[in-house]
Design a protein. Structure first.
Length: 622
């Protein structure tokens, strides 16, 4: 796990920016505190920051050079099957000077070119420069666990793990207004776009070839399209799921540094912990709780799992004051606006976990591939349960009379009923976008001073052109929510603390199998993530199956009205600042404040947080 950056100059004007390579590399220090290195050619530069995980010796330092310096590589990630790949290469007469996966990867690329990507099991973003052929190759892993951003103009091509590294080359930052409009709907920025005009993200499963002839970007991997094609029985499916998941966890426990697991007490992290505990007698587990917010504190579930599997468990109990003391640091680490408030506990969990281990396994990805969200249950019932639809229609008028908020049981139920009552009347594609967004296009437009259009949402809705069942929705979630929200959050917050987080549920072989399962194995009228829950039911504590799903929810509404109120008044609810900035419409910002302090706030806290995150990012870069 590392930070990488580089530049390809098309001419002497672009070559001048090579002087910024050291600064661009230094900006990624948090991603790799153990070592740094750069490589300079006449028109090409590569930079690397290293977090040592496998072969922590100097033999694994980068940029990694081979064949008398002909090939130079910078690599962020891990190749879990590197030992098998190494054996194959050794059988062909190739010798190695280190035990690193980096050396295996560069040799595999040299001998097999871009086709090597199909053999890799892991998460990665890497670049290889051929000093003889004068060509640069960059690639991103299949699911998009590791980031790769790039910028191109007539003078140069830049790439990096984070936006601030690209800015360090001297480009002038400018907000992409169309992207901002979409961000205000989603609370994150969807690939291939970024908040900075001209800066884009390489998509999951893409590679780029750069030469003096220009830049060519190609797709090498797509998530499965043959959804629900598996023909095995439910019993056979559970056995195969167990085999694949346990192999995935086993692969991800290879490390030359201390390793543990995140443990929230939910099904996903508990399954990963249960499987990992079979591999070691000294598994360390970590969870986070909120001492001042009992409604959101669920650490007793995590502690129950820890006792069950006899792990070395650590619980971090945080007060509101402790949480607030981290917010400025958290926002400062965002390379673009990001308004998923669960980034706050993820940051603190990573920070505390890093004091004990260097690698942590997480349960991320299970909700998106198995169907774990409330919206999945609601969607299934809209499609299959006439009683549910009748109940929602009947209750909607009464739900309007109840204050709506995520911060209480009944207020949240009222909020969900109203949302589902609207969604039932929409087409599949319209419904998906409605459930994925927190603000409508009209609401986002109203917030902005200049009237701009959102990005075309149809590019993320191709899975609904021939919609069949829930698998299509899950595939869309994997493209949109998983890559741009969940994985972005984990990467930025973990790397801010120099912690490597591995995600066993997103082993591509496991993902392909799960997508081959018919929807009824994943969800029915009474259960989400059905096959995952049933496969490990006999192994996990019973109380986990009785707990309501809350996710990594934050008491954000209360915080915005109390401890963060002063900061909001200076950064958002400040008419002079808003009007001088000329980004937002003051009348609509003022209306957000009125809604926030009303007795019926609904989802306004998410909208306020989105503007707050943007303002903090804007102040940093502009």
């Amino acid at each position: 796990m590392c930070g990488i950056t580089g530049i390809w100059a098309f001419n002497e004007i672009g070559r001048f920016q090579l002087t910024n390579l050291d600064q661009a590399t230094r900006s990624l220090e948090h991603r790799g505190p153990d070592n740094h290195g750069t490589f300079h050619d006449h028109f090409v530069g590569l930079g690397h920051r290293r977090l040592s995980i496998i072969d922590t010796s100097s033999a694994g330092h980068q940029p990694f050079s081979i064949m008398d310096g002909r090939y130079q590589m910078v690599f962020n990630g891990e190749i879990y099957n590197y030992r098998e790949l190494r054996k194959d290469l050794e059988a062909k007469g190739i010798s190695f000077s280190s035990d690193s996966d980096t050396e295996v990867l560069i040799n595999l690329f040299i001998h097999e070119g871009k086709s090597c990507l199909g053999k890799l099991n892991g998460f990665f973003a890497f670049a290889v420069y051929d000093t003889i052929e004068k060509s640069l190759f960059i690639a991103r892993d299949r699911v998009g666990i590791k980031p790769m951003l790039y910028y191109q103009d007539e003078f140069k091509f830049l790439f990096a793990s984070e936006i601030q590294s690209i800015i360090a080359y001297g480009i002038e930052p400018k907000v992409d207004q169309n992207v901002l409009h979409t961000y205000l709907q989603l609370n994150y920025t969807p690939a291939p776009y970024s908040m900075l005009a001209g800066v884009k993200k390489l998509m999951p499963g893409e590679y780029a070839e750069i030469s003096d002839n220009g830049v060519k970007i190609q797709k090498y991997y797509e998530l499965p399209t043959s959804l629900g094609s598996y023909q095995g029985s439910y019993v056979e499916s559970k056995k195969e799921l167990k085999r694949r998941l346990e192999l995935s966890v086993q692969r991800r426990m290879v490390a030359d540094v201390p390793l543990g697991t995140f443990l929230s007490g939910g099904i996903d992290s508990s399954v990963i912990t249960a499987v990992a505990s079979k591999q070691t007698d000294q598994l360390a587990t970590f969870s986070i709780g909120f001492s001042d917010n009992k409604f959101f504190d669920e650490t007793h579930y995590a502690e129950s799992v820890a006792r069950k599997f006899n792990t070395n468990h650590t619980t971090f109990k945080l007060s509101n004051d402790q949480i607030f003391s981290h917010i400025s640091d958290i926002v400062d680490h965002l390379d673009e606006p990001f308004a998923d408030s669960s980034a706050i506990p993820v940051y603190i969990l990573c920070q505390e976990t890093r004091k004990h281990v260097t690698v942590a396994l997480s349960g991320d990805g299970a909700d998106e591939i198995f169907s774990g969200y409330n919206k999945h249950a609601g969607w299934w019932k809209m499609e299959n349960d006439s009683k549910f639809k009748a109940m929602v229609s009947l209750m909607a008028p009464f739900a309007k009379l109840i204050p709506q908020s995520r911060s209480g049981k009944f207020s949240n139920i009222a909020r969900q009923i109203l949302k589902f009552s609207k969604a039932m009347k929409m087409s599949h594609a319209e419904r998906y976008w409605f459930l994925a967004t927190l603000s409508s296009s009209a609401e986002a437009s109203a917030l902005l001073k200049d009237k701009v259009e959102s990005l075309d949402s149809q590019q993320w809705l191709t899975d609904f052109t021939s919609y069949q069942d829930m698998n299509d929705m899950l595939r869309a979630d994997s493209h949109l929510v998983l890559t741009n929200d969940m994985l972005k959050k984990v990467d930025i917050m973990s790397m801010a603390n120099s912690l490597e987080v591995r995600v066993p549920f997103l082993d591509h072989e496991l993902v392909e199998f799960v997508f081959s399962l018919p929807q009824e194995m994943k969800i029915n009228g009474s259960m989400r993530k059905r096959i995952l829950q049933d496969t490990y039911r006999d192994l996990l504590p019973t109380e986990l199956y009785k707990r309501p799903k809350k996710g990594f929810e934050m008491p954000l509404l209360d915080w915005l009205k109390t401890s963060l109120a002063s900061d909001l008044n200076s950064s958002i609810f400040n008419r002079d600042k808003i009007e001088d900035q000329s980004v937002f419409n003051w009348e609509e910002i003022s209306a957000l404040k009125q809604k926030l302090y009303s007795n019926n706030p609904g989802d306004v806290h998410a909208k306020v947080w989105a503007v707050y995150a943007f303002q903090k990012w804007y102040d940093k870069y502009f």
